[in-house]
Design a protein around this ligand. Structure first.
Ligand SMILES: CC(C)(COP(=O)(O)OP(=O)(O)OC[C@H]1O[C@@H](n2cnc3c(N)ncnc32)[C@H](O)[C@@H]1OP(=O)(O)O)[C@@H](O)C(=O)NCCC(=O)NCCS
Length: 268
């Protein structure tokens, strides 16, 4: 029997208002015909190992655009020292957040692949962030540690723990580290040998945070998107996002600043 090549993404389809799929199996003999058979406006996401240049070229030849790189980071333990966490007991399974807090956490996520896609509006990727967060909090398979100003959700998966979401509202106060310490303690107590997380390469604060927590890069995943069958969408992609407004303070980085290091590691 044929392996399924596309997996429908129901939540994303509802948010973007067109059929959304993930390409889960790249079959050269069929993929072009499969894509051509998608009727109406469609969105397809594909993921490859970051160094898979051959398949990247195949996808781009089929009108996919490379959107971003996601790093897979792994750590066995959290370095000792730092601030002492306020201990929270067992992780929660289902967590309900008050609406305003939920919205604040949803807005806290930046640099996801939809945000970098000029064919996706800001309203759509914000809605998707919120749905992802709601699903993670409601899922009994994802365990959660929560504090007033932050939360982490994670799943035990075949001898390791995988971080699902981590969000801290008051930055650089040690909350993220405290939450990670709880995750590492839980992993140790439950026989998980390592903790894994995936984050966009563009998310420099998260990268620096995970480095400080002892995580090391094990691989990169390249994310590709393909929009088809919607002339309005194509125009949006060409013109930049329809709802795009430059944020206050956003600018190009001059060469001198690049050389000096873009992100300060000094406490603000
Ligand atoms: C990434 C995140 C969870 C960090 O949480 P935090 O509570 O601010 O982190 P901590 O205060 O424990 O920081 C620990 C160390 O990480 C590094 N770090 C964290 N944020 C940093 C930043 N913005 N710039 C530089 N270094 C940073 C520092 O080395 C810091 O130690 P220091 O403050 O003693 O120098 C938080 O910024 C966040 O919620 N970001 C938005 C959501 C997100 O990106 N989640 C991760 C996606 S997988």
């Amino acid at each position: 029997m044929d392996k399924p090549r596309f997996e429908r993404q129901d939540d994303l389809s509802a948010i973007l208002g067109r059929d959304c799929y993930r390409l889960v199996h790249l079959d050269y003999s069929r993929v072009a015909a499969d894509l051509a058979a998608l009727k109406g406006p469609s969105f397809v996401e594909a993921r490859l190992w970051g160094n898979d240049a051959f398949n990247a070229r195949v996808l781009m030849g089929l009108d996919f655009r490379k959107i971003c790189l996601q790093s897979v980071l792994v750590a066995q333990s959290l370095p000792e020292g730092g601030r002492t966490p306020r201990l929270c007991p067992q992780p929660l399974t289902v967590l309900e957040l008050e609406t305003t807090l939920l919205a604040r956490h949803a807005r806290n996520f930046h640099c996801n692949s939809l945000e970098f896609d000029t064919g996706v509006s800001e309203a759509a990727w914000s809605a998707f962030n919120r749905t992802r967060l709601e699903q993670s909090l409601a899922s009994p398979e994802a365990l959660k540690f929560v504090r007033d100003d932050g939360l982490v959700s994670f799943k035990p998966e075949g001898g390791k723990v995988v971080i699902d979401l981590l969000s801290v509202l008051t930055h650089r106060k040690g909350t993220g580290t405290a939450l990670m310490r709880r995750v590492f303690d839980w992993s140790l107590a439950n026989g998980a040998g390592s903790v894994e997380v995936m984050t966009e390469c563009e998310n420099i604060p998260a990268w620096l945070f995970y480095q400080k927590c002892g995580f090391r890069l094990t691989g990169n995943i390249a994310v590709f998107h393909r929009h088809a069958g919607d002339p309005k969408q194509a125009a949006l992609a060409l013109a930049g996002r329809g709802d795009f407004r430059p944020k206050q303070g956003s600018r190009f980085v001059p060469e001198t600043e690049k050389r000096a290091g873009l992100f300060s590691t000094q406490r603000r």
